[in-house]
Design a protein around this ligand. Structure first.
Ligand code: LMR
Length: 407
């Protein structure tokens, strides 16, 4: 037993973080893992989070009791509201549970589909996608993991035609995992018109959609704008179809380690009874109970307090603008520096991409040199977490890019 076990490779993103942490070079820059840093390169506790913690801890009823199996009710209710909008009839159409952030939400979704025998289908991810998608769905015995074209390296645009062709040729009823905004890793989102085409094509083939919403608020700074594709699906194009939505609060509330998220199953506008909802809720609860019994309460209380308190919600909206606008500013500063240096190639895509990441176009070899020779850490795909840039390091990063591209 336990002999000759295959040693698996380290997780690429966490391995970058481990190397960065032990690097003693004073000019090191972390653009690997997607975590927001302030202009001093430090983790940022959002002012809305600090205020929420004070409120929670000054409550005479404050304790560390178990949560419910389905999670904190206030979190589930308000989490659904910010995704689907104030006027959406969540009571009629949404069944949800709290999850261990976005990864847990994806895992619970995959497990739910597996336990209902609905994993007998192919699952499609964007090419490229967040690598963990493959591991999560791979563990739940889907028929096969496949990709749909997304990033066209030749023009650094969406390969819409390839995407639509794959939707049309996929076996009817396949599962399509979509990034609703701030696509990870490319930072490239479909336009509103392209979303209409994508969702209509999906509807034609009765595919099942799962939105992985990990960056709401990070693309535009506006929760409703960043939920555009989700709302288009559930209110309009896919209103007669079930839709899964996985939601993370790691990035937009800056609580990476607290693991707060939800998974929502949005039901079709008609045809589902209260009994159907109760049955689905029981299935989701059974997944949670067997996996982690109940989900962590502390981070959930923080997020629920922010979402349900008008002053804190306003503060949080400002916090998201602080984060998204600093990232946008850094995109422009990096491109400006590269232009100043006359770095070969066109770098405008870094400024036009959205969210936390830029798919820089640097090759694996160039990324290796960035790390080895310049102490600048990126993902091997050339993905840079722009949130790691600041006024103190953007010039160093531009010079490093210039050098590895030029020589
Ligand atoms: C990332 O893509 O860097 C983040 O989502 C962190 C992670 O868990 O991979």
């Amino acid at each position: 037993l336990f002999k000759n076990v295959t040693k698996l490779p380290n997780d690429a993103l966490f391995a970058i973080k481990a190397r960065l942490d032990v690097d003693t070079r004073p000019n090191k820059v972390g653009l690997g893992i997607g975590a927001y840093r302030d202009n001093n390169g430090k983790p940022w506790i959002l002012p809305s989070v600090r205020k929420a913690e004070k409120i929670i801890q000054s409550d005479p009823e404050y304790n560390h009791e178990y949560s419910n199996i389905s999670g904190l009710d206030a979190l589930r209710k308000h989490a659904a509201r910010i995704l689907f909008g104030d006027s959406f009839d969540c009571a009629k159409r949404v069944v949800n549970v709290q999850s261990l952030s976005g990864t847990g939400a994806l895992h619970v979704s995959a497990k739910l589909l597996q336990s209902l025998g609905l994993n007998n289908r192919d699952v499609y991810f964007s090419d490229p996608t967040w690598n963990n998608h493959y591991q999560i769905f791979g563990k739940c015995d889907f028929k096969a993991s496949k990709t749909y074209p997304y990033w066209n390296p030749a023009n650094k645009q969406l390969d819409l035609q390839g995407f639509l062709t794959t939707i049309a040729s996929a076996e009817e009823g396949s599962l399509f995992v979509l990034h609703p905004c701030a696509h990870n890793p490319t930072g490239l989102d479909p336009t509103e018109e392209q979303w209409t085409q994508i969702l209509n094509a999906i509807k034609q083939k009765n595919h099942l959609v799962l939105f992985d919403s990990a960056y709401q608020g990070f693309a535009t700074g506006s929760l409703s704008k960043d939920a555009y594709s989700i709302r288009l699906a559930i209110n309009d194009i896919l209103k007669d179809y079930p839709v899964l939505v996985c939601q993370s609060f790691a990035k937009n509330v800056g609580m990476y380690g607290e693991r707060v998220g939800c998974v929502h199953l949005v039901l079709p506008e008609s045809g589902y009874t209260k009994e159907d909802q109760d049955a689905l809720q029981s299935q989701l609860n059974a997944v949670i109970r067997s996996e982690c019994s109940t989900t962590p309460a502390y981070g959930a209380k923080i997020v629920a307090t922010i979402l349900s308190n008008d002053d804190l919600y306003k503060q949080w909206s400002e916090d998201m603008i602080t984060m998204s606008s600093r990232i946008i500013e850094m995109r422009h500063k990096l491109v400006a520096k590269l232009k100043e240096l006359n770095t070969p190639g066109n770098w405008d895509h870094i400024a036009t991409q959205v969210g936390m990441f830029s798919y820089t176009g640097l090759t694996v070899e160039q990324v290796e040199r960035m790390e080895k020779e310049h102490a600048v850490y990126l993902a091997p795909s050339g993905r840079a977490s722009i949130a790691g840039l600041n006024d103190g390091n953007v010039e160093h990063v531009a010079k490093a890019i210039d050098e590895v591209v030029r020589f």
